[in-house]
Design a binder for this molecule. Sequence first.
Ligand code: GTR
Length: 335
Amino acid sequence: MQRGLMMRHALAIAKTLTGSGAILALSLAAVSTAEALEIKSSDVHAMGYPTTDAIQFMGEWLNEQTDGRINLTIYHSMQLGGEKEALEQVQLGALEMTRVSVGVVGPIVDDFNAFNLPYVFRSIDHMHAVVDGEIGQELLERLEVGELIGLGYMDAGARSFYNKIKPIRTPEDLEGLKIRVMQNPIFIDMMSEMGGAGMPIAFNELYTAMQTGVVDGAENNPPSYATQKHYEVAGYYSLTEHLIVPEIFVFSKRVWDTLSEEDQNLIREASVLATEKERELWNAMEQQAMAELLELGIEINDDVDKDAFIAATAPVREKFGAQYAELLTRIEAVE
Ligand code: GTR
């Protein structure tokens, strides 16, 4: 073949290839939008809890919208381990989704620790205004650096102390007590400033840890205290309400990046519905848990010197406050 002819021939082949390549890519895209999607999501709570039920609702909605193409399965009750492990699995893409407390997200995206400071939110309404607004959105977006896609927040009320020894009324009452905290160093500091000793233990190991005396107590909201039956081994519940830590549900960025825009939008839409659903379920569950605890005769005291707790935890807010100064000022300014 002459050189000129050879070149024309090569060019013709290349054009055909590119053409079919483009057709192939197009048909792949068409297939992928219609591809089945299996979402595995984990939670430390059992079904029947506001978070698990809201995620189930999200899954059912997605399933209906896509005629069964998207399917969501919940691995509840710590079947896949604690929250720290779940987040790691989601970061790796081994698990598509998880719902965890913001308490364990601080070590991944530092700014979330601003939400983890004691008495940083004035009330549940204040927390809602923050997470539903600009700040909440900004922080969700920041999760991408941690290989996570932030889908939304959920409610978890306020956390208070419970222990097996005595009611807590002032920070002095915590002196010498070993209290389990979530797996984040900020909570160990918080406990030291309040007078106790904070010990990070996974949620699924807590009942036994209290039963065997590894710790004297823990801190959590009424629904967690009640559903985990922690009152059986730590019968004093004192309403200090020192932390208002929201929950968060996240998607694996690795998996997210392989999804069609259509599916990403559907998941976003479903997430808004899940957040709304959880808030509704949360309010009912909180009341139900308190009623159940009272009926069981659990000693719940609300004669807590909150001002003393707020004062005692000022050094924690100061210590970490410098790091999050701008964010904290913005949080405080939210009405
Ligand atoms: C609950 C929360 C869980 C988990 C647990 C804990 O309130 O819903 O996600 O964080 O507290 O203390 O580990």
